[in-house]
Design a protein around this ligand. Structure first.
Ligand SMILES: NC(=O)c1ccc[n+]([C@@H]2O[C@H](COP(=O)([O-])OP(=O)(O)OC[C@H]3O[C@@H](n4cnc5c(N)ncnc54)[C@H](O)[C@@H]3O)[C@@H](O)[C@H]2O)c1
Length: 254
């Protein structure tokens, strides 16, 4: 059985590090992709590179904090491809707008709201806009990008960690609501991922001993997004080199 049977995917945050890898893997398996991100020019240039590699793709500007923008991106996808089978809620920010990590006691309220608005409310907004198209075809695969920060916390990023914990619980609740409609909802929660495609960095911060490579996250996303994963829903999968297991013990070697 093919993993993807003539499927159409909408990917948010598509021109970022993980978004690019997810889109590239989708088109390589014959999935039609709307690559949606804040900047129209970057989204279109990236989609052009996907087409140049033989894929079916369009670029689209999308701001997940704006209902109008979200509805326009969904409408453009439907006009172009006729349906939406797969939604990847990947758009996200982790750093404060001033580029400085800070404890909660020093976090300006507007920073808190901005991060929750993009990471959590954005996933709500795009999902709600896509659902009528999924209901129409009685099929859907929704994959959210969480974070291990949403599972175990991250000092200096309480807003980010809270937003990702929200994404994980949104995943589980939606999975229960949408299962009767043949729509699965799962979450991939990355640990530290290298910003450089094809490279990893050594670290003592997890059991595998290196950072992740972006394709390793995209592979997990592809699995949940595939036709073959229809019996899996409500799962939050850490892809983190064992980072959230117990503390790494460097003194004992098997
Ligand atoms: N890379 C990591 O180490 C890591 C770890 C844990 C979780 N994640 C999560 O994975 C996802 C992708 O991360 P990444 O490393 O590719 O980040 P990235 O910064 O490279 O890409 C994020 C993309 O989201 C887009 N974006 C930001 N605000 C937006 C908005 N309002 N509307 C639409 N798009 C918007 C950005 O333009 C950017 O292209 C995020 O949700 C992030 O929180 C990443």
């Amino acid at each position: 059985m093919k993993r993807f049977d003539d499927r159409v995917a909408l990917v948010t945050g598509a021109t970022g590090n993980l978004g690019q890898s997810i889109c590239e893997k989708f088109v390589s398996e014959g999935v039609s992709v709307t690559a949606a991100d804040l900047r129209q020019d970057k989204s279109e240039a990236f989609a052009a590179s996907l087409r140049a590699a033989g894929g079916r793709a369009i670029g689209c500007s999308l701001d997940v904090t704006s209902t109008e923008s979200v509805c326009a991106a969904v409408a453009k996808t439907l006009e172009t491809f006729g349906k939406i089978d797969i939604l990847i809620n990947n758009a996200g920010v982790w750093m404060h707008p001033d580029g400085v990590q800070k404890c909660l006691s020093e976090t300006p309220e507007e920073f808190w709201h901005e991060i929750i608005e993009i990471n959590l409310c954005g996933a709500f907004r795009v999902t709600q806009a896509v659902l009528p198209a999924m209901f129409e075809h009685h099929y859907g695969r929704i994959v959210n990008l969480g974070s291990i920060a949403g599972e175990v916390g991250l000092p200096g990023f309480s807003d980010y960690a809270a937003s990702k914990a929200g994404v994980i619980m949104l995943t589980k609740t939606l999975a229960m609501e949408l299962a009767p409609k043949n729509i699965t909802v799962n979450c991939v929660s990355p640990g530290m991922i290298s910003p450089v495609p094809g490279e990893t960095q050594p670290t003592e911060g997890n059991w595998v001993g290196r950072s992740g490579e972006r394709g390793e996250i995209a592979d997990a996303v592809m699995f949940f997004a595939s036709d073959t994963a229809g019996y899996i829903t409500g799962v939050d999968l850490p892809v983190d080199g064992g980072r959230i297991l117990g503390p790494r013990n460097n003194h004992f070697h098997c």
